[in-house]
Design a protein around this ligand. Structure first.
Ligand code: GDP
Length: 596
């Protein structure tokens, strides 16, 4: 399990003073100022460092157990994460996230559970947006969060899906544990959620439930029937077999966990999706986590506020009030709140407007008051000079997808060699302005996700040499970004040693040629390889092997133990002597890969 006890989380909004950071890290201010100085920053005790700078400093200090988190602006309104419960708290439905490797059957499973066909309408069959559904089993409700797959896990975690009580990990019995299965396990553990495994596709030939369990056990999930504490339910999302048992297991875990929430408090919860719709204005999906939300109430989420005009359940059925763990779609927000923001009910319009304004100022203040930014720091640390920038502008159909794309992009690890820089983001089609922003820099790309690129904009982009890349599937977008960043890394020379020889005779030495004979002491020798000439551990030079001979006849290769001759081409005269060693290797240039 994760070493939660030892991990320290520091939450900051947009920036933090040197003094506050030192205190949070348990360092003296002088020590921190010293460390900043080492990195080329002359800082004073009251100086504000931006988020990225603080993060880099923590890395530089080698503090692996300290994690910096962005404080949600709306968190100023209410408690972070789960709130403390009063004695009047009542039980609430569990909030369940379904996760797993791509194609293992998450969507089919949710569809079958909800008897709702969404697979056909989804691009690439991959769930793109976080949404929520609720169903009833044995007269009890269960809320499902439908989460974007893959690397977006981390993005959701950052944005508060810590509200997930139970993670159902879907593993296909004919495919076993895969990288995203492991990611899902880590996510669940990091979010402190209970895990239930759905071993899916048991109707398939080649399904092996026991082997799948063994694979999971290798990753620390021990099935109950093997003496562990994880329920693993064999299911078929296709035929529906085992799904009743899965729902029962979810309710069983919910009972053990005694999930509760207060209802006698102002309504609060999380923004899980938001977009604009003609005729309706802002359409926002909320997950209520506490209190009861009613039509006509005033709510604030970050810098957005409004009066709930209409409220509907996930199927679009009007709803007058919604209690804890209920997902609803509301209209009435005057502007779009951010995906992941917490929302809170206010008693009247005046106080809601004021709170929203304060939140907006808080963000602006934080950003404006940071006088050291990560760019300065990178420049001073000389990172920028030898690193390359990959600039992106991200446009998405809804805020949730923009956030997911941006967060997933930031997860592409380049070991600091290529820096991904999000120049701008926005909801809606690619515009003229986006093209102007990107023009003039060949390393700036516009990524569209589920948006349109109007023909006139495409023409403008072509004229200005701006690349607009539009995707409907998040993995494809991420793969493209990774590839582009790899291209910026350039090529590298890879040398692979293939064999060694000890020189026993030297037959010809000129400026351009070396002919010698010897015994292979290791590996093999083939024409075309490079020979490094070594005398008493010192390299004398290099030569290219042109031909190889065995018993005076041209040979394809010489192997360990064999004696033979070779002709080499040199660029200068190298006085080869008996007793010298030749080390043979191949040399190739190849495109560098990220993370190597
Ligand atoms: P996701 O990427 O995890 O959401 O996977 P999908 O739900 O899109 O499923 C991927 C493929 O596996 C689809 O072709 C499904 O029809 C198929 N599939 C999902 N569950 C089952 C199952 O239980 N049995 C069989 N035979 N096929 C399944």
């Amino acid at each position: 399990m994760a070493n939660d006890e030892t991990e320290k989380v520091i939450r900051i909004a947009g920036s933090i003073t040197v003094d506050e950071l030192a205190q949070a890290l348990g360092l003296s201010v002088t020590a921190l100022i010293g460390e900043l100085f080492k990195n080329g920053i002359v800082a004073t005790i009251n100086q504000r460092l931006d988020f990225e700078t603080a993060e880099i400093m923590i890395q530089e200090l080698g503090m692996k157990n300290v994690r910096l988190e962005r404080k949600n602006t709306a968190s100023k309104l209410s408690d972070e994460g789960r709130r403390e419960l009063s004695k009047d708290a009542v039980s609430r439905p569990p909030v369940v996230a379904v996760m797993g490797h791509v194609d293992h059957g998450k969507t089919t499973l949710l569809d079958n559970l909800l008897q709702k066909k969404t697979v056909a309408t989804e691009a690439g069959g991959i769930t793109q947006h976080i949404s929520a559904y609720q169903l009833t089993h044995d007269g009890r409700k269960i809320t499902f969060l439908d989460t974007p797959g893959h690397e977006a896990f981390a993005a959701i975690r950052q944005h508060g899906a810590m509200l997930t009580d139970i993670v159902v990990i879907v593993v296909a019995a004919d495919d076993g544990v895969k990288p995203q299965t492991v990611e899902a396990i880590k996510f669940a553990q990091g979010a402190n959620a209970k895990i239930i495994v759905a071993i899916n596709k048991i109707d398939r030939e080649g399904a092996d439930v026991e082997r799948t369990k063994a694979g999971l056990a290798e990753h620390g999930l021990m099935p109950e029937e093997w003496g562990g504490d994880i329920m693993m339910i064999p299911v078929s999302a296709k035929t529906g077999e085992g799904l009743e048992k899965l729902l029962e297991s979810i309710l069983l875990v919910a009972d053990v966990e005694e999930l509760k929430a207060d209802v006698e408090i102002p309504a609060e919860g999380l923004v899980i999706e938001s977009h604009m719709e003609t005729g309706k204005g802002s359409v926002v999906n909320l997950l209520v986590t506490g209190g009861e939300l009613r039509v006509g109430e005033f709510v604030v989420a970050g810098s957005a506020y409004g009066k709930i005009r209409t409220m509907a359940d996930f199927r679009g059925k009007p709803k007058g009030k919604a209690g804890p763990s209920t997902p609803v779609t509301v209209t009435g927000f005057k502007e779009l709140p951010n995906f992941g923001d917490r929302f809170l009910e206010y008693k009247d319009e005046k106080s809601a407007r004021k709170a929203a304004l304060l939140n907006a100022q808080g963000v602006a203040d934080d950003a404006a008051s940071a006088n050291v930014t990560s760019r300065d720091l990178l420049r001073m640390m000389n990172v920028e000079d030898n690193s390359k920038m990959f600039n992106v502008i991200v446009k998405g159909d809804v805020l949730g997808s923009v956030t997911s794309v941006v967060d997933s992009l930031k997860l592409i690890d380049t070991k600091g060699e290529v820096t991904l820089n999000v120049v701008a983001t926005g909801v809606g089609d690619v515009t003229e302005n986006d093209v102007y922003m990107a023009a003039g820099d060949e390393n700036t790309v516009i990524y569209g996700f589920n948006v349109n690129v109007p023909t006139n904009i495409a023409k403008l982009a072509a004229r200005d040499g701006v690349e607009v890349r539009n995707f409907r599937v998040i993995y494809e977008l991420l793969d493209d970004a990774r590839e582009s960043m790899e291209k910026l890394l350039g090529e590298e020379v890879v040398e692979t040693e293939v064999g060694k020889m000890e020189v026993m005779g030297v037959f010809r030495v000129t400026k351009t040629e070396l002919i010698a004979g010897g015994k292979m002491t290791d590996g093999k020798l083939i024409p075309g390889v490079v020979a490094k000439i070594v005398r008493k551990k010192e390299a004398l030079g290099e030569a290219e092997v042109e031909s190889v001979q065995k018993e005076k006849i041209d040979a394809k290769e010489l192997v360990e133990g064999e004696i033979g001759g070779l002709a080499m081409k040199t660029e200068r005269k190298i006085e080869l002597a008996v007793g010298d060693k030749l080390e043979f290797f191949t040399r190739e240039t190849r495109q560098r890969k990220l993370g190597e």
